[in-house]
Design a protein. Structure first.
Length: 144
């Protein structure tokens, strides 16, 4: 890795930045970037690698800090989750997937297919109503 640091050091010196880092405008707030900058400065100052210290990534404090910095995703609306589940789709399904699942399920559970059996007719009616309601919720949510 010495040739890489040598070339990087020459590049930095050619830009007019001294190796002490005194003309550096600001310091990064990212601990990993600061660690890399410190290592580079140490190498440029002494001409050799600094002794390897354990990275801070493994520590619980570091992991907790990263967890707090990470943007939190809002949990999906339970009504939408129920609608996707009723159609047997993942929450990431496209409009085409939703439309296809709606048609397929309606064909399977259409009341006219069970006209001879009163019990199956009631179940099919309830199921097709549930499918249609789920489809309408998703249609409204997606603005279709």
């Amino acid at each position: 890795m010495d040739p890489i640091f040598d070339r990087l050091g020459r590049l930095i010196r050619s830009l007019g930045v001294d190796s002490s880092g005194s003309s550096r405008p600001t310091r990064s707030s990212d601990p990993l970037e600061q660690e890399a900058e410190d290592e580079l400065e140490e190498f440029l100052r002494t001409g050799r690698d600094a002794p390897k210290k354990p990275t801070s990534q493994g520590g619980k404090a570091y992991q907790e800090q990263r967890r707090q910095e990470a943007p939190t995703r809002p949990s999906p609306d339970p009504v939408l989750v129920k609608a996707y589940t009723a159609l047997g789709l993942p929450i990431t399904a496209t409009w085409e997937d939703i439309n296809a699942a709606h048609r397929t399920l309606l064909k399977k559970h259409h009341p006219d297919r069970h006209a001879g059996n009163e019990t199956l007719l009631k179940q099919a009616t309830a199921q097709s109503q549930k499918i249609n309601e789920a489809f309408q919720v998703l249609k409204k949510h997606l603005g279709r």
